[in-house]
Design a protein around this ligand. Sequence first.
Ligand code: GUN
Length: 329
Amino acid sequence: MTAILLKGANYAPSLLEPLKPKVEEFKTRSGVTPKLVVFLLGDSSASMDYVSRKGVAAKAVGMDYELVHLSKYTTQKELLDCIGHYRDDPKVHGILVQLPLPRSKDKNGKIIDAKIPDIDESVALAAVGVDKDVDGLHPDNLAKLGTPQQSFIPCTPRGAMIMLEKTMSDFDKKKVVIIGRGPTAGAPMATLLKSHGVRDLRVVSSQTPREESDAWIKEADLVIAAVGKPDIFRLTGNQIKPGAVVIDIGIGDKTLPDGTTKKMSDVDTQSCLKIASAITPYPGGVGPMTVACLLDNTYQAAVAIEKAKQQGGGHSQRKPVTTGPARSI
Ligand code: GUN
């Protein structure tokens, strides 16, 4: 068996093509251009690549885009002051703080650069404000996920859900396993799957006994890998059930024998290709959908913010966002 490759680039036009005329119509109607601001701290080449894709895509749909590129030595106070400036700017509709933030130590606790002030990620994510949180990672927006008050949906889980709805229309009746329960990918993915009717869902974490997690993964019809720590976890073909669908949304730094690091995803695509029925490759899997969802969220934010302004200020009232209609391909 050779799995079908689920490439985000084949799905992203379903969001981006209708978005472009909607942005144009919004600009004509309101005289306002939706604007996305991305904060990047440090000079990780992978993060620079990710943010430049966001910039190119934003401009392609007619939005304004600004990259605020700060030093890895930026303190928490400096970052919060800077985010606050953009949060208070009425011309800005969406703010994203690119993760991961620079760290003074590596994952083994070894000091990389003691001068790097370790910024509290959740404080930085909260600083963007709920109305401009187009990344969907503000703690208040995460808390509302899957409820009737749902606001912005985190972009990677939302992108993965849209791809799933379009390829596996009966996924709600399947045995599903999510590997990883981090706040930015695994946990919101679990919430979204439950709100889409999935009942047989197990979430595997480092606390799950190994025999249990191995057995659950082997039985699952749909495996979502969301760990992002390739030094400690990688999913290989011999771990999955023949015919399973594999969605790979975990990316992290793999330490190579010479001590350097390389970005790697959770899934060994090559070995899983022979066993799975469908798989998101890396690179080229959910990534383009993450960007498309970010721009869609930015458009939604702009509409809500401008509407709130016309109604006399106050917080914007956004319509609940759905991942989109289910359709099989
Ligand atoms: N780094 C990699 N993907 C993402 C994302 O979706 N949001 C943020 N803030 N950082 C990321």
